[in-house]
Design a protein. Structure first.
Length: 412
């Protein structure tokens, strides 16, 4: 379950209502006066998951005891998660008063808010003996960059930061110290779900560049399955990019939903694969899991740190549970191999037969094989034509598991 044998510590950064964009190019100011940041740390409990029950105040250790702080911070975006963790406390970082309706001002305030939270982390480490190597910060959109600033301003490095589709405008392409970066924690993992290519914009709602140790791009990091692209375009046309409508937040918020999915469906979270590009992934070229090339998406992500950011890709369904099963299919002819990715909502198990319906006849069928590799199980099966004597004009082609000597091809 989510509650491990040793205490973990979690702080959640909400993004207020500010998911939308105005000035893409305005620079961040160096705001260092943390006294201007109106940041609250609200403790919540299972009986009142949506209400601010009690506030922990930096510099007032009596608020730890009055709020019944139990050396455990948990995170949640939905009330239902308390069904699994009834003894969990929830700390929500509320910076809504500091945020502004104007996106550029809210983006400028992220560093100031992060500095205030960094001071809170230092105080929490000293007052409550919280070991920072077990501290996990989670931030969504602008909150992801706040988590980065908080980690960078804390005296000692925190254990982990998870960035959920970090905001793109004002942060795309800037220096690492002005956004979330791998330097902000011992391990930084990031989900990208609504990047610059999503709506044909020159810059995305979410940041496209890698900003963590591990950067995962579900469905290529652009528009997500189950999200209404037409509705989003219509709202932008009618109300402009600042129109506060749930369509815009849908793909952006999918990053949050994917993380929740990894908690609600523990053991069935999506798998992502290291790959050089989304095009290569769509060809099924990256489904190997050796040398830690396959990771779990979300809470149980493998904490891999390398000198360069690791880019990973995965496919998902359009609704919970999001996990799909990935298969590389190769069609092997006498002089060429074709590879592509196939996904299914259920594990198809050991494949015994494949049936193709061809749009055009082909004269190369007599020398054609087909192989299927399962990304999740790593099994590879080679299939041969069921009827090698079939004519070249046939439209339905059936492959079955090969007999000797074809089995040796399964080791390709």
């Amino acid at each position: 379950g989510f509650l491990k044998s040793t205490f973990q510590y979690y702080i959640l950064f909400l993004n207020g209502h500010h998911l939308y964009i105005d000035n893409f190019l305005e620079d961040l100011r160096d705001l260092s006066d943390v006294n201007k940041a109106n940041v609250k740390f609200s403790l919540r409990n299972p009986s009142q998951p949506d209400d601010d029950v009690c506030y922990i105040v930096r510099g007032k250790p009596e608020t730890l005891s009055s709020c019944n702080f139990k050396n455990l911070f948990c995170h949640s975006w939905v009330s239902g998660l308390f069904e699994s963790w009834k003894d969990a406390n929830v700390i929500v970082v509320d910076w809504l008063d500091t945020a502004q309706n104007y996106y550029a001002l809210a983006a400028q305030n992220t560093k100031m808010v992060g500095q205030e939270i960094g001071l809170f982390i230092d105080w929490l480490e000293e007052s409550a003996n919280v070991p920072l190597e077990k501290l996990h910060l989670l931030g969504y959109s602008l909150g992801a960059h706040i988590a980065g600033f908080a980690g960078s301003h804390a005296t000692n490095k925190v254990g982990r930061i998870t960035g959920l589709d970090p905001a793109g405008p004002n942060f795309e392409g800037v220096h690492a110290h002005r956004r979330l970066s791998p330097d902000d924690a011992h391990f930084v993992d990031v989900l990208h779900t609504f990047t610059r290519g999503s709506l044909g914009l020159s810059i995305g709602i979410g940041i496209e560049q890698p900003v963590g140790h591990v950067d995962i791009y579900p469905n290529g990091g652009s528009f997500q399955p189950g999200c209404n692209l037409r509705g989003a375009l219509e709202k932008i046309a009618n109300y402009g990019i600042l129109g506060k409508d749930p369509y815009l937040g849908n793909s952006h918020e999918r990053s949050v939903q994917l993380f929740i999915d990894s908690l609600l469906n523990e053991g069935e979270a999506s798998r992502a694969y290291i790959c050089g590009s989304n095009d290569m992934f769509n060809c099924g070229m990256c489904l190997q899991c050796h040398k830690n090339r396959r990771h779990i998406v979300g809470y149980d992500a493998s904490k891999v740190r390398k000198a360069r950011s690791i880019k990973m890709f995965t496919k998902t369904r359009g609704s919970l549970p999001f996990r799909v099963f990935h298969y590389q299919q190769e069609k092997i002819t006498a002089n060429k191999t074709y590879s592509f990715l196939v996904v299914t909502e259920k594990d198809i198990g050991d494949l015994l037969m494949l049936k193709f319906k061809l749009k055009e006849s082909t004269s190369s069928l007599l020398s054609l094989l087909s192989s299927v590799r399962a990304g999740e199980t790593q099994k590879k099966i080679v299939l041969c034509l069921k009827d090698p004597q079939m004519g070249s004009s046939a439209q339905d082609v059936v492959f079955v598991t090969c007999k000797e000597p074809w089995r040796s091809l399964s080791k390709r």
